[in-house]
Design a protein around this ligand. Structure first.
Ligand code: DX5
Ligand code: ZN
Length: 215
């Protein structure tokens, strides 16, 4: 059964308390929180102050996905705000190993996200320092995009890389996941499904979370 991580990017920000409560009371495993800086990605989302407020309302795991340059400048702030896991982009980190050491030293779970064009082989020499790989199945920056079909192949390749190294790394798939394609994504080897639009645009978001978990 996959872990489900609803992306709050698609929540109703004027009813954020209501949407957080829904996720908290649902079968979701993580809150997936997308942070964008308008530099690494062509969009700006929200920051630590929102996470801090949300932290008071739930004990569930905060899976923070940083789509920002120079993530090392903010890692400590995100920890203080309540992040449990911090995912940085391979493409944004010149010294990825150092970034991951920092995240572990702050007591958080490490995550590395890779863009659709980035080969999974680039993770070969760093896999044992990564608790979760966030495999982007859309170009980061926006919710509601379509799943890039080639991602399925990448999930399989990543799964065999993890198995061959006997690593404990989780595979998270982020972008365009919905009730129609989730089963094939899990069959390919995904452990965690991020879903924004599919959850928050559905008539019954909590029921959609349960469906994704059971597909
Ligand atoms: C995109 C974000 C995703 C996004 C997913 O840059 O990383 O987490 O919110 O949204 P959907 O599920 O709508 O593609
Ligand atoms: Zn994300």
């Amino acid at each position: 059964m996959p872990l489900i991580a609803p992306s709050l990017l698609s929540a109703d920000f004027l009813n954020l308390g209501r949407d957080c409560k829904m996720v908290d009371e649902s079968e979701a495993d993580y809150f997936h929180l997308d942070i964008m800086d308008g530099r690494f990605v062509p969009n700006i989302s929200y920051g630590m102050s929102i996470i801090k407020q949300m932290r008071k309302t739930t004990k569930k795991f905060f899976d923070v996905h940083l789509m920002i340059l120079e993530p090392e400048k903010y890692a400590e702030e995100f920890k203080k705000a309540g992040a449990d896991g911090l995912t940085v982009h391979l493409e944004a980190c010149v010294h990825l190993h150092r970034n991951l050491q920092q995240i572990h030293a702050l007591g958080m779970r490490t995550g590395v996200a890779i863009n659709p064009h980035t080969p999974v082989e680039l993770l070969k020499d760093i896999l044992h320092d990564i608790d979760l790989v966030c495999l982007m199945s859309v170009n980061p920056g926006f919710g509601g995009q379509s799943f890039i079909p080639h991602s399925l192949q990448k999930i399989k390749e990543l799964k065999s890389l993890i198995t061959s190294q006997n690593a404990n790394t989780l595979i998270e798939v982020d972008g365009g996941v919905n009730v129609d394609n989730a089963a094939s994504i899990v069959a390919a080897g995904a452990d965690v499904l991020v879903a924004g639009n599919a959850v928050f645009s559905s008539p019954d978001p909590a029921a959609t979370i349960s469906r994704l978990k059971r597909l």
